[in-house]
Design a protein around this ligand. Structure first.
Ligand SMILES: [Zn+2]
Length: 213
């Protein structure tokens, strides 16, 4: 018996032994609907659910540790959601939002790519590397939403010509600005873009500090 076989698989949501995502946590994710507001993508975004509970734990496992089994599971769920929600059957390939080079170097892998790869294999289409970052911006987590909105719009450029319809994948969408920017880059080539992400950060009221007279 290999050592890996003797280590019990723990649920990323509740840490119970048995599966990557236990039946209870899986059902919780399926039940939690995403409010289709709060991002600049509005209704054009396919997402598994809000960035909270078991979904948040699953994404965090990916953010800080390469976990192919978690990426495969999330990718399969997202592919099913894409099939259900949109006419993604005409999509020719899956494109991941490229992670900033500095973060990628630090982690040694790209979680959006892991998820995109899983989405692609479940949709039965290839993953295409057509997007590149023009410049390295600071990690989103330390950027305030207002500041993120003010970033240059052409952060992404096309490395090669995309298919006529692609599924654009990221792990978490907060304001939607990054994904909208990437979508715009793809649309300049006349490509139809289906945006998909694992989780959407719920919009919190009162994020803007009150004006001091
Ligand atoms: Zn669980």
């Amino acid at each position: 018996m290999r050592l890996a076989d003797s280590i019990p698989v723990l649920c990323v949501g509740c840490r119970r032994a048995g599966a990557v995502l236990c039946t209870g946590c899986h059902e919780f994710v399926l039940r939690s609907r995403v409010p289709r507001t709060g991002t600049c993508l509005d209704d054009d975004l396919v997402a598994l659910g809000p960035y909270e509970g078991p979904l948040r734990s699953a994404v965090q496992v990916l953010k800080y540790r390469e976990a192919t089994s978690v990426a495969t599971l999330l990718g399969r769920m997202l592919a099913e959601e894409c099939r259900r929600e949109l006419d993604s059957t005409s999509a020719g390939s899956v494109v991941a939002i490229p992670t900033a080079r500095s973060r990628r170097r630090w982690r040694g892998y790209d979680q959006a790519e892991l998820i995109a790869q899983a989405v692609a294999s479940h949709l039965g289409i290839p993953r295409a590397r057509v997007l590149a970052r023009r410049c390295d911006v600071s990690p989103q987590t330390v950027l305030d939403a207002e500041l993120r909105r003010s970033l240059p719009r052409d952060v992404f450029h096309l490395d090669r010509l995309p298919d006529s319809h692609v599924v654009l994948v990221d792990d978490v969408v907060t304001t939607g600005t990054t994904m909208a920017t990437a979508r715009r880059a793809l649309e300049t080539a006349g490509t139809r873009v289906t945006c998909a992400c694992v989780a959407v950060t719920p919009r919190r009221a009162g994020r803007r500090p009150p004006m001091v007279p």
